[in-house]
Write a protein that binds this ligand. Structure first.
Ligand SMILES: CC(C)(COP(=O)(O)OP(=O)(O)OC[C@H]1O[C@@H](n2cnc3c(N)ncnc32)[C@H](O)[C@@H]1OP(=O)(O)O)[C@@H](O)C(=O)NCCC(=O)NCCS
Length: 168
């Protein structure tokens, strides 16, 4: 399966909310909250559509970064169940982190439910580390949140070395 990623717009609200409310159920964002996110100049949201049908949204992810801020937050990420396990979640996260780096962000934070080992494994594999626990953060379930942080490596550039860059 192949997907196209594009920047989300306020017109994607219905599709994003359909996934949000089916995937997160008890702690889904409200429609108003998501509407605000998609319209916010501080938000950067992506939606994924299958290559065969660009009217279907099968996943999304969003970053919040205030202008000039040294840190950013991964606000949310979700992939429909039938599309999971094929690399889409990792690709969405990688694109968010690339955008954070483009904006000069040095640290990215996120919260994840303590009972969500799949998402935690994804974040750990991307270099996030757990830095704190927020007890009973997710209500009404009373589930703890793990706060995770990624130190974004600064982009490195160096002048090309005519000797060592030659390809034999
Ligand atoms: C978390 C989520 C976005 C991952 O999306 P995905 O498209 O399945 O992810 P990928 O296929 O790119 O997998 C990336 C990595 O995630 C981890 N992972 C994903 N699902 C996993 C699972 N069920 N168990 C263990 N690890 C899992 C693995 O480390 C995997 O790496 P690998 O492919 O090298 O094994 C998806 O499972 C989802 O939407 N879950 C429900 C919503 C959610 O929990 N969002 C996160 C809120 S903080």
């Amino acid at each position: 399966m192949t997907w196209r990623l594009r920047r989300a717009t306020p017109d994607d609200l219905d599709d994003v909310m359909a996934i949000e409310s089916s995937v997160f159920v008890t702690d889904a964002w409200s429609r108003e909250g998501m509407q605000h996110e998609l319209a916010s100049p501080d938000g950067w949201y992506l939606v994924a559509t299958p290559e065969s049908d660009d009217t279907l949204v099968e996943g999304y992810a969003g970053l919040q970064v205030l202008p000039g801020a040294p840190d950013a937050d991964v606000q949310t990420i979700a992939v429909l169940p039938h599309a999971r396990g094929r690399g889409l979640g990792r690709t969405l996260m990688t694109q968010l982190l690339n955008e954070a780096r483009r904006r000069g962000v040095r640290e990215v934070f996120l919260e994840v439910r303590a009972d969500n080992p799949g998402a935690q494994a994804l974040y750990l594999s991307l270099g996030f580390e757990q830095i704190a626990v927020r007890p009973r953060y997710y209500m009404p379930d009373g589930v703890d949140a793990f706060v995770m942080r990624l130190a974004v490596p600064a982009p490195t550039t160096r002048p090309a070395d005519s000797e060592s860059e030659q390809i034999a």
